[in-house]
Design a binder for this molecule. Structure first.
Ligand SMILES: Cc1cc2nc3c(=O)[nH]c(=O)nc-3n(C[C@H](O)[C@H](O)[C@H](O)COP(=O)(O)O)c2cc1C
Length: 328
C-alpha cells in the first residue's frame, strides 16, 4: 500500500492568515496556503492585499494563492509574489463561488472558460521566475457542465506542477459530499500530481479520499478550531498522543495573532499600520466560536466575549477562559 498522502491546510479567506497557518503547521500540516489574494490588488499596490502574503517563521511549506480575471493583473501579481521568494508555489484560484468574486469574472466564473484559465496560467508561468505554478479547481461549474478533464489538459499544457481538485461542482459551493469518483478520475487522467479536497473531517473521510490515489489531501473547515487535526489523522489510530486542549490552543492562537500584528506593522512601515486592538479582538471573536462550539457554556461565553475590542481585553479574557475548563 502507498504511503498515506500528506495533509495540508486549504486556503480559507478570512481565516488562514499567518498565525493560523503557523498553528496548523505546529498541528502537523505538511503544507499551508495563504488566503486568496487579489491579483488586481497586488498589481495596484494595495497594502492590505500585500499583507495577506506575510508569513511567520515556523510555518510549513507555504503556497501563495491569487485570484483575478485578466492576464495582465495575474502576470503582475505573479511577478510580485515570486519576488518575495518566500513561497514554494503560486496557485491560481478557479474555485471560489462567492457572488462578488464570480461577478468580476474571477474564481469559479473562470470554470466557464478553460481557454481563459490556460491563458492565465501561461501568463503566470512566464512571470514566475521558476517558482512552480499550481491550479486549484473543481469538476466544473455545475453537474450538467462537467469540464474537469478539459481544464486539467489546459493546465498541464500551460505548465502547472500540480492540480488541487475541490471535488464539488461550483454550483454546490461548499456543501454536500465530495465527489470522490471525480477525484479518482482526475488522478487517473492527470500527468501531474493531484491534491484532493472537500469534506475531510475525520479518519473515515480522510481514508476514503486517500483511496482515490491523490498525492495529498487538503483540509479546510475541519481545521478551524482544531489545528491538531493534521497530526491526529496522520498518526495510526489511537497513536497520535496528547494535544493541548481548546483553552490552551486558543490562548496560543491569540498569542500568535498578537505577535503577527507587531510583525506585520514592522514589516510594512510604508503602509497604513494595522490597529492592533481592532485586529486582535476581531481575530479573537472570529476564532473563539470555532474552538468552543458545542461545549457546555459556549453560547454564554460567546455572548460575554463578543464585546471585546482591545488587545488587553482579549488577553484578560484568554486568562479568564482557563477558569471555564471546569464547565467543559
Ligand atoms: C470561509 C471559506 C473561505 C475560503 N477561501 C478560499 C480561498 O481563499 N481560496 C480557495 O481556493 N478556496 C477557498 N475556500 C474553499 C476551501 O479551500 C475548500 O476548498 C473548501 O472549504 C472545501 O474543503 P473542506 O470541505 O475541507 O472545507 C474557502 C472556503 C470557506 C468555507
Amino acid at each position: 500500500m502507498n504511503a498515506a498522502p500528506p495533509l495540508m491546510l486549504a486556503p480559507l479567506a478570512g481565516f488562514t492568515d499567518a498565525p493560523f497557518r503557523l498553528l496548523c503547521s505546529q498541528g502537523g500540516a505538511a503544507r499551508v496556503y495563504t488566503e486568496m489574494a487579489s491579483a488586481a490588488g497586488l498589481a495596484h499596490g494595495s497594502g492590505p492585499t500585500l499583507r495577506l502574503l506575510d508569513t511567520m517563521p515556523g510555518e510549513a511549506t507555504v503556497h501563495a494563492q491569487i485570484f483575478g480575471n485578466n492576464e495582465d493583473d495575474i502576470a503582475a501579481a505573479t511577478r510580485i509574489v515570486a519576488s518575495l521568494k518566500r513561497f514554494a508555489a503560486i496557485d491560481l484560484n478557479t474555485g471560489c463561488p462567492m457572488p462578488r468574486i464570480r461577478a468580476e469574472g474571477s474564481g469559479s466564473a473562470l470554470l466557464e472558460s478553460p481557454e481563459k484559465i490556460h491563458r492565465m496560467l501561461r501568463a503566470m508561468k512566464a512571470e514566475s521566475g521558476g517558482t512552480p505554478i499550481t491550479l486549484k479547481t473543481r469538476p466544473g461549474p455545475r453537474p450538467s457542465q462537467e469540464n474537469m478533464l478539459e481544464i486539467v489538459a489546459c493546465a498541464e499544457e500551460a505548465g502547472v506542477s500540480e492540480i488541487a481538485l475541490h471535488a464539488r461542482f461550483a454550483s454546490r459551493a461548499h456543501g454536500g459530499p465530495p465527489l470522490l469518483d471525480k477525484l479518482a478520475e482526475c488522478v487517473k487522467a492527470a500527468k501531474v500530481p493531484v491534491i484532493g479536497n472537500g469534506g475531510v473531517v475525520d479518519r473515515a473521510s480522510c481514508e476514503a479520499m486517500a483511496a482515490t490515489g491523490v498525492a495529498g489531501i487538503m483540509i479546510g473547515r475541519a481545521a478551524l478550531g482544531d489545528p491538531w487535526i493534521f497530526r491526529r489523522l496522520a498518526a495510526p489510530e489511537g497513536e497520535a498522543g496528547d494535544f493541548p486542549d481548546a483553552f490552551e490552543t486558543f490562548a496560543r492562537h491569540v498569542g500568535l495573532v498578537k505577535e503577527f500584528a507587531a510583525m506585520t506593522n514592522a514589516a510594512h512601515p510604508d503602509i497604513q499600520p494595522v490597529d492592533v486592538d481592532a485586529y486582535v479582538s476581531a481575530r479573537f471573536r472570529l476564532h473563539l466560536y470555532r474552538y468552543f462550539a458545542g461545549m457546555r457554556g459556549a453560547a454564554a461565553m460567546r455572548r460575554e466575549m463578543n464585546g471585546i475590542s482591545s488587545l488587553a481585553g482579549a488577553e484578560a479574557a484568554v486568562a479568564g477562559l482557563a477558569g471555564l475548563r471546569t464547565v467543559s
